[in-house]
Design a protein around this ligand. Structure first.
Ligand code: GLN
Length: 562
């Protein structure tokens, strides 16, 4: 009787819990991956989550920032240009993120200032507290309004505690607890526990200082995740617990990983992080419904990790781009290639090549070992020639080729120049007055002058040509993929290039834009290039079909199966 009542209450009144994650001591400790792993664990225990990132910089979004400054720009389904951490959130959880999941100081101030200009503050002085902090809280609550069914909202506060620019965010999450109650909010602080190289001593002082810094903002963390070289000993945990006023069971080790970031949910689980969150929110007492979710279903993650520990083979993929040495600039791409490896049970080794270094003379030396060649997205003229040389090499030597965005545009240019004999073929992005603009500015872009958020962004449908390589990979006739570009295949050249053997295998249903090209099977074993970014839709637990197929073909090449 009582049980029945509890079930009813639990299913009709949806209480959202909020977990705020801050970072201390140093940047780049892996806050994004940590919060994504917490999301994965909560999902494994039957809860639904969404994750929001608060970035303290003044840009409206990272769309206009250089990859050197910011790494990859991750594009959401609804076309927001966001921080790469959102990529981790989507790869680790099944949360569907939108522009509401990405907040920056720039957006907050923009909204408040626009409101002030409209006179909506009715003559009052507009201040950081309460106007900026209210707007920050409003963004968290609006995510709740858009996801009324979600059990947990996880919020990552970008930057490091102690930075001037994150103060309003810390103040807002401090106030948030007052608004929704301690029982519905949890503060997790990610810190560094370094080991002094000489003597191998573990130092807890930076963590103590970082927690003090947080206390100055009025926030006492409920849990600490401690990045360190190895697991923390019980003794070290006790010390941190005592000095930082956090229960010992809630001092979680986050040691360096051995094989892959996909181990992190499992490491956290072994550290009882999910048990402690559930205990903190007293979820096991709430209703029998929750009790049923107490068996973690982590076997899928274990299978993924097992793959990295014992792959059954290896393939080498040459990546030819402009920022190849900057791992974060192509984060989703690198991850998607690994996912393709998981599906094919092979380790994917990447040969990262700076396209500026590639010439016709050294192409064989640099690319001869590759089982697959990939040219990723990019902007600007620098290094284009090297990309075209790599594509020609892939085409002529029958090495599996996968082109993404700029990698499709350059494949079209290469085909036009070297197969169709249009020597003056180029993109107007690199040569405005070129003789054969086979890639040109999209119609809708002609009048666009400002840079921020003005590309063709987000998911669009694409019709797949029957019996094409694209259809073989997707097993579908209509797909949705995310875009981020201004230039397109110039349809004026379509019939000429098709006449020379180029296959247009994907087109947008409304505007007839070319979304994918390929070479026929009798010409080349696997040459596919797409205008969209499939890497944003790949997950370790659900690898993207194009990456699966590309790695499968690279595996065949490696084993000389043709
Ligand atoms: N620079 C090209 C364009 O704007 C390609 C963009 C990309 O690769 N993301 O169309």
């Amino acid at each position: 009787m009582t049980d029945g009542l509890f079930v009813k209450v639990a299913s009709t009144v949806k209480q959202v819990r909020y977990i705020f994650v801050t970072g201390g001591v140093a940047s780049s400790l892996g806050k994004g991956v940590s919060i994504a792993s917490i999301g994965a664990l909560l999902e494994a225990r039957g809860f639904s989550v969404t994750i929001q990132k608060m970035d303290p910089y003044l840009n409206i979004d990272p769309g206009t920032m250089s990859p050197f400054q910011h790494g990859e720009v991750y594009v959401t389904q609804d076309g927001a240009e966001t921080d790469l951490d959102l990529g981790y959130y989507e790869r680790f959880t099944s949360a569907k993120l939108s522009r509401e999941n990405s907040v920056t100081t720039g957006q907050i101030y923009y909204t408040v200032i626009e409101r002030e200009r409209r006179g909506e503050y009715l003559g009052r002085t507009v201040q950081v507290i309460p106007h900026i902090t209210n707007e920050i809280k409003n963004r968290i609550l609006s995510l709740k309004r858009s996801n009324p069914e979600v059990d947990f909202i996880l919020v990552e506060i970008g930057g490091t505690v102690g930075d001037i620019e994150s103060v309003p965010f810390l103040e807002a999450i401090r106030q948030f607890r007052l608004d929704v109650g301690t029982e519905n909010t949890m503060y997790i602080h990610l810190t560094l526990v370094p080991t002094i190289t000489i003597g191998g001593e573990i130092k807890t002082k930076p963590t103590q200082h970082s927690v003090k810094e947080l206390l100055k903002q009025g926030i006492q963390p409920d849990m600490l995740i401690c990045r360190s070289t190895n697991y923390l000993s019980e003794e070290v945990k006790e010390k941190i617990s005592l000095f930082c006023n956090v229960k010992k069971e809630r001092v979680i080790s986050a040691p360096d990983i051995e094989h892959t970031i996909y181990e992190i949910p499992l490491i956290f689980h072994r550290e009882h992080l999910d048990d402690e969150i559930i205990r903190y929110f007293r979820l096991e007492e709430k209703s029998p419904l929750f009790l049923e979710t107490m068996n973690p279903m982590l076997s899928k993650w274990e299978t993924v990790v097992e793959h990295f520990k014992k792959p059954k083979g290896m393939v080498k993929i040459a990546l030819v781009g402009k920022y190849m040495q900057l791992a974060d600039a192509y984060r989703s791409l690198f991850e998607a290639l690994q996912h393709g490896g998981i599906a094919n049970q092979v380790r994917v080794e990447m040969i990262k090549l700076d396209s500026e270094q590639l010439t016709s003379e050294n192409a064989h030396e640099l690319l001869g070992e590759a089982d697959g060649i990939l040219v990723p997205g990019g902007f600007g003229e620098r290094g284009i020639l090297g990309k075209i040389i790599a594509i020609r090499y892939a085409r002529e030597k029958k090495i599996p080729y996968f082109g993404i965005c700029l990698g499709m545009q350059t494949a079209v240019i290469e085909f036009a120049q070297n197969v169709a004999g249009l020597r003056g073929a180029n993109s107007t992005e690199f040569e405005t007055e070129c003789e054969h603009p086979v890639i040109s500015l999209m119609e809708e872009q002609l009048s666009v002058t400002s840079k921020g958020g003005t590309m063709r962004l987000g998911a669009y449908p694409c019709l797949v040509k029957p019996h094409s390589l694209l259809e073989e990979a997707y097993q579908k006739r209509e797909i949705y993929e995310r875009h981020r570009h201004r230039y397109e295949f110039n349809n004026r050249y379509r019939s000429l290039l098709e006449g020379m053997g180029l296959v247009v295998s994907g087109t947008s249903p409304d505007s007839g834009l070319v979304e994918a090209i390929e070479l026929p099977r009798h010409i080349h074993p696997w040459f596919v290039a797409v205008q969209f970014h499939p890497e944003f839709n790949s997950r370790p637990l659900d690898p993207h079909p194009l990456f699966v197929k590309f790695i499968e073909m690279a595996k065949k090449k490696n084993r000389s199966e043709w």
